[in-house]
Design a protein around this ligand. Structure first.
Ligand SMILES: NC(=O)c1ccc[n+]([C@@H]2O[C@H](COP(=O)([O-])OP(=O)(O)OC[C@H]3O[C@@H](n4cnc5c(N)ncnc54)[C@H](OP(=O)(O)O)[C@@H]3O)[C@@H](O)[C@H]2O)c1
Length: 246
């Protein structure tokens, strides 16, 4: 968990950076999108529920920040061709990517592997592992056009520490850490590309509530308070850092 890191970003930290965030309508994704836009980034909001993305869009525009873009995508059902179309649209409209944050996640609750529905296994793999792999892989040419591109996988203790009942969520999160680490190793000679994973710790979001229904949710930190490491990694202060699991 990486919740103790404190960082005061410069007001123009992400000026002119183009940053794609998946799960941008969710708790962490929306908080990060708004923070990045407030620091000068052009944010590309990727997610499943368009109304949630529109809410984030409206808040960014109302705050007077750079106009974001909405790219709806259901990561559970997306085909390779749909990913290619999304990347073609990014290429045409932005020409490059300076940041990519894989924040979307599929989690229905803790369960015994023995009780897991076959569909649930596939859905978890699809959203939590196949989506970050496919997007990162297909976006490499756009990331390579950046002077300093930062890719971040949002991790979870449920994947970092082996525990019973974490189900496909824990297994896919663990694999996603391995995925981002593998990109870092394979591309370490390309100094303008960095790949890291960050576990933000427990946050007051819909996902958390699904796993801990008995918890007093007000006691859990808001996602807005867990952005420091992400902003540091997305901006120039994180240059040279790759292959780390924060
Ligand atoms: N909350 C915590 O305590 C905690 C702790 C450690 C790590 N994390 C990680 O933090 C990240 C953000 O989660 P969160 O806590 O902010 O939860 P959240 O509010 O539930 O956000 C998850 C996001 O993922 C999106 N998503 C789910 N399935 C999708 C699909 N098929 N296609 C496209 N988007 C999809 C959701 O879209 P919809 O809005 O359309 O459902 C939502 O925007 C996740 O990677 C999670 O694993 C969370």
């Amino acid at each position: 968990m990486d919740s103790d890191f404190s960082y005061a970003p410069a007001p123009d930290l992400l000026q002119d950076r183009v940053i794609l965030i998946t799960g941008a309508g969710g708790g962490l994704g929306s908080a990060l999108a708004e923070a990045c836009a407030g620091l000068g980034a052009c944010v590309i909001l990727v997610g499943r529920t368009v109304s949630k993305l529109e809410t984030v869009y409206d808040r960014i525009v109302a705050a007077g920040a750079t106009q974001p873009a909405i790219l709806p995508m259901n990561l559970m059902t997306a085909t390779w061709g749909e990913y290619e179309a999304l990347v073609a649209s990014l290429e045409q409209n932005f020409g490059r990517l300076d940041g990519m944050v894989h924040a979307a996640a599929h989690f229905k609750g803790f369960t015994r592997l023995e009780d897991l529905e076959p569909r649930e296994w596939l859905d978890g793999l699809q959203v939590n592992l196949t989506a970050p792999y496919t997007l990162t892989r297909l976006c490499l040419p756009l990331l390579r056009k950046s002077q300093d591109a930062s890719v971040i996988q949002i991790a979870d203790e449920a994947g970092r520490r082996l525990r019973a009942f974490n189900g496909i969520y824990g297994i896919s999160k663990r694999a996603a850490d391995a995925l981002i680490g593998s990109f870092a190793l394979e591309l370490k000679h390309e100094k303008n590309l960095r790949f890291n994973s960050v576990d933000p710790g427990p946050m007051r979001t819909a996902l958390r509530a699904r796993g801990y229904a008995a918890e007093v949710i007000q006691d859990i930190a808001l996602p807005q308070t867990r952005l420091a490491r992400l902003l540091w990694l997305l901006g120039p202060d994180g240059r040279g850092v790759s292959g780390e699991a924060f």
